[in-house]
Design a protein around this ligand. Structure first.
Ligand code: 13P
Length: 260
């Protein structure tokens, strides 16, 4: 089955509203209508309205948040709800990023509540999973990925799964300049797909897009995305520059066109 590649920029805590405008003015101008891939930009919350001004008029680019609360509203100081993201025109929301897991103590049960809340609100989750170096060295990759998938996807239906993107981001590759080899990434992606097949059946699993994240850049994007189970990227550092992110998008478009 051919899946539409999805190339997403996770800006993390970078790009103020004015920097967002500067980036998007240039970036959106690269595209004349829809491309062969889905392109997603995830700015910080405060830059989403500015991003929406540009992305709202672009057929090529979709908008994502980097996080959200599982709660619909109420006394949750500092939190942002799915309804708020919907109103700003977000299509996607990144959930369970390893920085949220490690620095902010999010566990699979909490991430699961967010995944279900996002699906119920019509937002498409980009669910992040991945092992640490210690876990990899201990031969625990499959166990870790399976636990994260099962915990984060508890009570998620097959219909909802069709709208969820998985981002495999080995923690040791994030922001380190050390990318997983295409073989390492492919092996992990194929395993993720096999876990999804066990839970939802082959047809659903074959439709789910699995992104790679962790020091993805123009120099390694082509080789990674040519692997059979790698369906795109979640890009941190290399997405902060419009030209460099565009190069990664181009690798996705070349792959999609080669497959069609
Ligand atoms: P880098 O591309 O900077 O390694 O970050 C990856 C990431 O965490 C994307 O979510």
């Amino acid at each position: 089955m051919s899946r539409t590649p999805i190339i997403a920029a996770n800006w993390k805590m970078n790009q103020t509203p004015s920097e967002t405008a500067t980036f998007l003015e240039k970036f959106v101008g690269f595209f004349d209508g829809k491309t062969a891939v889905d392109i997603v930009i995830a700015p910080p919350f405060v830059s989403i309205p500015k991003a929406s001004e540009f992305i709202g008029q672009s057929e090529a680019v979709d908008l994502s948040a980097q996080n959200m609360s599982p709660e619909p509203s109420g006394a949750f100081t500092g939190e942002i709800s799915a309804a708020m993201l919907n109103e700003l025109g977000c299509d996607y929301v990144i959930l369970g990023h390893s920085e949220r897991r490690t620095l902010f103590g999010e566990d699979d049960a909490f991430i699961n509540r967010k995944v279900r809340a996002a699906c119920e609100a019509g937002l498409k989750p980009i669910l992040c999973i991945g092992e640490t170096l210690e876990e990899r060295d201990a031969g625990r990759i499959e166990e870790v990925l399976k636990t994260q998938l099962e915990g984060s996807l508890a009570d998620v239906t097959a219909e909802q799964m069709a709208d969820i993107v998985i981002a495999y981001e080995p923690v040791w590759a994030i922001g380190t300049g050390r990318t997983a080899t295409p073989e390492q990434a492919q092996e992990a992606h194929a395993y993720v797909r096999s876990v999804l097949a066990g839970k939802y059946g082959e047809e659903v699993a074959n439709g789910v897009r699995i992104q790679y994240g962790g020091s993805a850049k123009p120099a390694n994007a082509g080789e990674l995305i040519s692997q059979p189970d790698i369906d795109g990227f979640l890009v941190g550092g290399a997405s902060l520059d419009p030209d460099s992110f565009h190069e990664i998008v181009k690798a996705g478009v070349a792959e999609a066109q080669g497959n069609s």
